[in-house]
Design a protein around this ligand. Structure first.
Ligand SMILES: [Fe+2]
Length: 179
């Protein structure tokens, strides 16, 4: 947990100084692992990619923890006006692009930058659960439409700030990775 708090503090410091700062190195050098985030890792029986809100700094950044069931994938998407970075904390993930080759990530690897032009989806094709830590800069809450009004995006989470949104969200057992 101390390493998670340290990362949040460092992200705040760096992004307050420069909201366009590249935080890829910060994520890469951070020794944060799944144990640091285990109290945020909730899952639902019916959901493949379970998104957990860890921290929200309004207008600056958002930190989420995604818990991927085996064979889970999300739909094709972009990130609106937000940039995104992620680090794989457990298991493996594949990032599927539409114009470039797919990229495979294993534990400890960081996706350096998903910018506004990226359209992709992600897949856990491992046999077990995978977990990834995501940073959105700024929080992904709207799609800007050229010449039109911004479309609000309502993120759905299975937990917020370490608390389940309802009783269908269950804390993932830490030993699920120890099989
Ligand atoms: Fe994405």
């Amino acid at each position: 947990m101390a390493r998670l708090q340290k990362l949040i503090w460092a992200l705040n410091e760096k992004l307050r100084e420069d909201p366009d700062a590249d935080i890829g190195d910060l994520l890469t050098t951070s020794r944060i692992d799944f144990d640091d985030c285990v109290s945020y890792a909730y899952v639902r029986e019916s959901i493949g990619c379970n998104r957990n809100l860890i921290y929200d700094e309004p207008d600056l950044f958002r930190l989420t923890l995604n818990v991927w069931r085996p064979a889970a994938q999300n739909g094709m998407h972009d990130h609106g006006q937000s940039k995104c970075y992620f680090k794989v904390l457990c298991g493996k993930l594949v990032e599927i692009h539409y114009h470039v080759a797919d990229i495979k990530y294993r534990e400890g690897q960081v996706r350096p930058l998903i910018d506004k032009s990226t359209c992709h989806h992600m897949l856990n094709n491992d046999d077990g659960f995978s977990v990834s830590l995501h940073v959105y800069i700024p929080p992904f809450d709207r799609h800007d439409v050229p010449g039109g009004a911004a479309i609000p995006v309502t993120p759905s989470f299975v937990s917020r700030y370490g608390f389940p949104v309802d009783r269908n969200s269950r804390l993932l057992r830490a030993n699920v990775f120890m099989a």
